[in-house]
Design a protein around this ligand. Structure first.
Ligand code: ADP
Ligand code: MG
Length: 265
C-alpha cells in the first residue's frame, strides 16, 4: 500500500526513496547533520557502522553543536566584561580560598538551590573572575546569567524609578537565572541605592534566584554605601539566608608580574 513503510510506520512511499535529503535537513534545521552527512556516509561504509550507530553519531553531533551555539549566545547576552572560567583560576596564587569552598556554586544544582554569594576583598584578588566563572558554568549547565556593575544597575533603576518605571526595569534583572552585581560600594551610589536594590534583591530572593556580589566593603559598611542601614541589613539578610560571604585576601593578580620581575632582579 502506498504511504506505508516496511514496519507499517512510515508515510513515505517505498517506490520513491530518492528524497532530496539536503533540503529536508534544511527544513528540519539540522545544519550539522547536513554538513557532516557526506563524510559520515563514507566513513560508515568504510568502517561498517550499523544503521543505529550512523544515525546516533549524526544526531549526537547536531545536539552537541546546538548546545555550543546556545552557550555562546548566552555568554554574549550575559555581558561578562571578559569570559573567565574556573579552570583558568590559579588557586595556588589565591591561597585564601580553597576550590572546594566554591563547589556548591559550580554544581549543576546551584541555580535550583538558589544560592547566593558575596565575594569581598581588595582589588585584583579575583572576585570578578570567580563570579564570571560561576555564571559561565551555570550557562554551560543550561541556565542564563547576567553581569552588571552595581553603579550601572543602581543608576538605571534609580532613573527608571524617577520615570515611574521601576517595576518594569527591575523585572529585567529578576529574569536571568544568575545575576552578578559587581563592585558594590566602589563608586558613590545614588541616594535611592538601597531602595532600588532592595526591590530587586527581595524579588529574586522570593523566586530563589541566585545573586553573586563583589565588593571591597565589609557587610557592616553596606549601610553607609547604600545610604540606608536598615535596608542594607534587609538586603544582606535575604542574600545570606541561602548564601555565604567569602573574604578574599592577598596581593593583586594584576600586578603579579611586577613583583615577579623584582624578584628576578
Ligand atoms: P577583582 O575583581 O578582585 O578586582 P579580578 O577578578 O578582576 O579582580 O582579577 C583581575 C585580573 O587578574 C583578571 O584578569 C583575572 O582574570 C586575573 N586573576 C585574578 N586572580 C587570579 C587567579 N588567582 N588566577 C588567575 N587569574 C587571576
Ligand atoms: Mg572586580
Amino acid at each position: 500500500m502506498p504511504g506505508v513503510g516496511p514496519s507499517g510506520g512510515g508515510v513515505v512511499s517505498q517506490e520513491n526513496i530518492d528524497v532530496d535529503l539536503e533540503s529536508l535537513l534544511r527544513r528540519l534545521h539540522l545544519p550539522t547533520i547536513r554538513r557532516l552527512l557526506p563524510s559520515y556516509c563514507e566513513q560508515a561504509a568504510a568502517e561498517g557502522w550499523t544503521h543505529r550507530d550512523f544515525l546516533g553519531r549524526l544526531v549526537a553531533e547536531e545536539v552537541a553543536n546546538r548546545n555550543n551555539t546556545r552557550i555562546q549566545k548566552a555568554a554574549r547576552r550575559a555581558r561578562f566584561p571578559s569570559l573567565k572560567t574556573i579552570e583558568e583560576f590559579d588557586f595556588t596564587y589565591q591561597t585564601s580560598l580553597k576550590r572546594q569552598k566554591l563547589g556548591p556554586y559550580l554544581d549543576p544544582d546551584f541555580v535550583g538551590q538558589g544560592r547566593n554569594l558575596i565575594l569581598v576583598g581588595p582589588s585584583g584578588t579575583g572576585k570578578t573572575h570567580l563570579c564570571c566563572a560561576i555564571g559561565y558554568k551555570a550557562i554551560q549547565y543550561g541556565h542564563d546569567a547576567r553581569f552588571v556593575r552595581a553603579c550601572d544597575l543602581i543608576d538605571e533603576l534609580a532613573s527608571a524609578g524617577k520615570q515611574g518605571r521601576l517595576r518594569e526595569a527591575t523585572t529585567g534583572y529578576v529574569e536571568p537565572h544568575v545575576l552578578i552585581i559587581d563592585e558594590v560600594g566602589y563608586l558613590h551610589h545614588a541616594d535611592s541605592a538601597a531602595n532600588v536594590l532592595y526591590g530587586l534583591v527581595d524579588a529574586r530572593h522570593q523566586q530563589r534566584r541566585p545573586m553573586l556580589f563583589t565588593t571591597n566593603k565589609t557587610a557592616a559598611q553596606w549601610g553607609d554605601v547604600l545610604h540606608d542601614h536598615q535596608l542594607a541589613e534587609a538586603i544582606l539578610d535575604r542574600v545570606l539566608e541561602r548564601g555565604s560571604l567569602i573574604e578574599l585576601r592577598g596581593r593583586s593578580y594584576r600586578t603579579k608580574h611586577h613583583r615577579e620581575k623584582e624578584a628576578e632582579s
